[in-house]
Ligand binder design. Structure first.
Ligand SMILES: NC(=O)c1ccc[n+]([C@@H]2O[C@H](COP(=O)([O-])OP(=O)(O)OC[C@H]3O[C@@H](n4cnc5c(N)ncnc54)[C@H](O)[C@@H]3O)[C@@H](O)[C@H]2O)c1
Length: 354
């Protein structure tokens, strides 16, 4: 593992600042995948709340520059059990936020071995390292893909679990491992099943390659990239296009902090919680919202449905309210698209100035 900055610096400056000492509600959090989209923005919020953060990331899809100042970056894999154990012990980590994963559905179908190795075997190595070092608090980035094609919507946490691709299956397999490790060694964990993360903070956003998500692809189309293809226009939805539940990445980050706090006090074992808005927007509604934000038409083409794409995927978020005291606060597509567009514009201006 390669250490990029020394966590001791963060902790020392923290004490010198006269802020609260290490114990109490402040935590030292290991964020796996903290150089990725959701992880890096959550790191930003954790630091702003006064927590200390170490990021563990291979940079396979993440970016070194996405890790906020003030967090230590360690380049390495969650699957390296001995090194992760040393990291947990040396940094006196209180809780782990496990965002690292492979998460491309199509790739998972073509390369299931990669997904089982990274998402399941790698995750179990992390659990073993936690067990060995006595770190007993874990929050996990799970996904709506564990439900597969739902029988009804909104989807609550008791809906049947029938993933239809290795990505969803490996996320579900890791949830099961969390459950059994919780029972056997007292790890207190929360699995957050996200629906579609969207938007940006003032400094960080989505930078995937390939990009499979709707909003960044809409904005790229506006900037001269390939026209957006709308897959399916004959779904049983009001305008014929698929409906999805979008959640602002800053709201997601806040939910992670609430979940980490919950692991301080909850009983051992696994809690499961959807993170969605409870309502959805169609692809065409999102496209129209993007046009209103950007002020020009989004080049697009109409295509056939893709295999395995359900007409509607919307979360029930009642449990998130009762368990985490959490509600999304930035719920309109305009807010999500607007934040992503603003960041793109600022970056383009900075490149122009540079
Ligand atoms: N983006 C979404 O809408 C969405 C929806 C549902 C679930 N999720 C889940 O949320 C998490 C974060 O998603 P994201 O969109 O930020 O993805 P991302 O690809 O931007 O971030 C994942 C990070 O994990 C790192 N990583 C991958 N394998 C690793 C390993 N073995 N060890 C250490 N680091 C490793 C990558 O380099 C990357 O920085 C993932 O677990 C994903 O499955 C995301």
């Amino acid at each position: 593992m390669q250490v990029i900055a020394d966590a001791a610096c963060c902790v020392a400056s923290w004490a010198a600042d006269g802020r609260q000492p290490y114990h109490g509600r402040l935590m030292h959090v290991l964020v796996t995948g903290g150089a990725g989209y959701i992880g890096s923005i959550t790191v930003e919020r954790l630091l702003a709340a006064g927590h200390a953060v170490t990021v563990l990331d291979t940079l396979v899809t993440g970016h070194r520059g996405a890790v906020p100042d003030g967090a230590e970056l360690v380049i390495g894999s969650v699957g390296d059990q001995d090194s992760v154990g040393r990291l947990l012990r040396d940094r006196r980590v209180d809780a782990v936020l496990h965002c690292a994963a492979r998460s491309l559905v199509g790739q998972s179908v073509a390369e299931p071995a990669l997904y089982y190795q990274e998402n399941v075997v790698g995750g179990v190595a992390l659990l073993n390292a936690m067990r060995e070092t006595g770190v007993g608090r874990l929050v996990f980035s799970s996904t709506a893909a564990v439900y597969g094609t739902p029988l009804s919507t909104p989807i609550d946490e008791d809906a049947p679990l029938r993933p239809i691709n290795p990505y969803g299956a490996t996320k579900l397999a890791f949830e099961e491992a969390m459950r059994w490790y919780g029972a056997a060694c007292g790890i207190r964990s929360v699995s957050l099943r996200y629906f579609n993360a969207a938007g940006a903070s003032a400094e960080r956003g989505e930078e995937h390659d390939p990009e499979t998500h709707l909003i960044p692809n809409l904005l790229k189309a506006c900037l001269g990239g390939p026209p957006l293809t709308i897959f399916g226009t004959d779904y049983p939805t009001p305008d014929g296009t698929a409906v999805r539940d979008y959640i602002h990445v800053l709201d997601l980050a806040d939910a992670h902090i609430a979940a980490l706090e919950l692991t301080a006090s909850s009983d051992s074992g696994l809690r499961i919680c959807n993170l969605g808005s409870g309502s959805g927007y169609s692809v065409l509604e999102v496209l129209r919202a993007a046009e209103s934000v950007v002020g020009r038409p989004v080049p697009h083409a109409l295509g056939d449905r893709r295999a395995g794409d359900p007409p509607v995927l919307v979360a029930s978020n009642e449990r998130a309210g009762t368990l985490l005291g959490w509600q999304p606060r930035r719920g309109t597509p305009q807010e999500m698209i607007g934040s992503a567009w603003d960041l793109m514009q600022r970056r383009a201006a900075a490149r122009g100035a540079g």
